[in-house]
Design a protein around this ligand. Structure first.
Ligand SMILES: Cc1cc2nc3c(=O)[nH]c(=O)nc-3n(C[C@H](O)[C@H](O)[C@H](O)COP(=O)(O)O)c2cc1C
Length: 389
């Protein structure tokens, strides 16, 4: 059967991956309320179409920090991509290169920063701070390798309680148990294409700093440095001269503070519902998030092109996709990622045509027009209005 939407790719990924791998990819924290809320938030907004506005030519490119993205999509940072496909990070990077969109490499990646740089893809580097010396080394390596943006993730002072992983005993250090072996044996395609290469290594954590005994202790504890503060963010701002984004921010006061420190943008995100289960859906925070005027990427729950149009109309510049890209990776490697992003692009294009929007240069923040306005009845807290481009 042809795979016609992201949910189809999810179902195919579920068939292909051992259960403990699929659950790591797919799951959220605790009762998975945030995970469901992320999806529910996208069901709420209603788009009232306008007709007879010529839409024969349609353009979905958008601006991001002085550059043009061909579509408002960036690949989100995700750890352990080597579990979904052999050399998963490199496949994602190459797919992003083919699509002309940025790929964000996680600190918890299996490929190293330098290996990803060698693909020629535009890549951003996502930083987790486990130990300051290690973080400094990673930032310097990312800079030297040509990462064009640094994304500091701030919503993981501790890991979320992911109960699917606990039930599957998918906790580090990972040990193969009889039930895991059975799980793997039932997925021979994955065993042949991924499992036979052995457990993927952590590609970034073998540099000089990791020889330091304090860094080793921090890595062994597998904890983040929960003392990292706003002052540390200000220091990071000074250290990193290229665009700096803060990811995992949701409260309007925090967004203002990040703006004061001089970050270049934020990723409005609840980590795909994998951290605080009571967190709001990023879409519901968007109206307040736009006021400090920072460029905004939104993630968590994007599964449809329409979701991306809704996020864009409600004030986000573009979105990050996490699981959607990973379902594609798990099903078809590099080609699977390209297919999923193209599918989202075609859904955006169709939504634009049906909405009477030849381009996406429409922002709720910039315009309210009595006669030429459309309403996106957001159902979140208010009505957004915008004028024709
Ligand atoms: C399997 C998996 C691993 C992730 N690893 C990271 C990570 O290493 N760093 C990070 O900042 N976010 C990580 N995230 C969160 C994503 O960057 C992103 O915020 C989230 O996936 C967006 O939600 P979505 O999956 O519904 O698109 C991870 C998400 C998933 C699903």
């Amino acid at each position: 059967m042809p795979l016609v939407n992201v949910e189809d790719y999810r179902a195919a990924a579920r068939r292909r991956l051992p259960r403990f791998v699929f659950d790591y990819l797919d799951g959220g924290a605790e009762d998975e309320i945030a995970l469901r809320r992320n999806r529910a938030a996208f069901e709420d907004p209603i788009l009232t179409p306008r007709v007879l506005n010529p839409v024969a030519q349609r353009d979905q490119s958008v601006g991001w920090l002085g550059k043009r993205l061909p579509t408002p999509i960036v690949i989100a940072p995700t750890g352990l991509n080597g579990l979904f496909w052999h050399e998963g990070d490199l496949k994602l990077a190459r797919a992003a290169r083919r699509l002309g969109i940025p790929f964000t490499l996680s600190t918890a990646s299996n490929a190293s920063i330098e290996q990803v740089a060698a693909t020629g893809a535009e890549f951003w580097f996502q930083l987790y701070v486990m130990h300051r010396a290690l973080a400094d080394e990673l930032v310097d390596r990312a800079f030297a390798a040509g990462a064009s943006q640094l994304v500091l993730t701030v919503d993981v002072p501790v890991g979320g309680k992911r109960e699917r992983d606990l039930r599957n005993r998918f906790v580090m250090p990972f040990r193969l148990r009889p039930d895991t072996l059975l799980d793997i044996a039932c997925h021979p395609r994955w065993l042949w294409s991924v499992g036979r290469h052995g457990a993927p290594a952590m590609g970034n954590l073998g540099g000089a700093a990791s020889k330091d005994p304090n860094v080793q202790a921090a890595l062994l504890s597998r904890n983040m440095d929960a003392s990292f503060s706003w002052d540390d963010l200000a220091r990071l701002r000074d250290r990193w001269p290229r665009p700096l984004l803060v990811k995992g921010i949701l409260h309007p006061a925090d967004i203002r503070r990040a703006a004061e420190i001089g970050v270049d943008g934020i990723v409005l995100s609840n980590h795909g519902g994998r951290q605080l289960d009571a967190a709001p859906a990023p879409l519901s925070q968007l109206e307040e998030a736009v006021s400090p005027g920072l460029p905004i990427l939104l993630d968590s729950g994007i599964r449809r092109g329409t979701d991306i149009v809704k996020a864009r109309l409600a004030g986000a510049d573009a979105v990050m996709i996490g699981r959607a890209a990973l379902y594609g990776l798990a099903v078809g490697g590099e080609d699977g990622v390209v297919e999923v992003v193209k599918l989202l692009q075609s859904e955006i294009d169709r939504t634009q045509a049906l909405m009477g929007l030849p381009n996406l240069n429409v922002r709720s923040a910039v315009c309210v027009g009595e006669h030429k306005s459309l309403t996106l009845s957001a159902g979140i807290s208010s009505q957004y209005q915008w004028v024709w481009p």
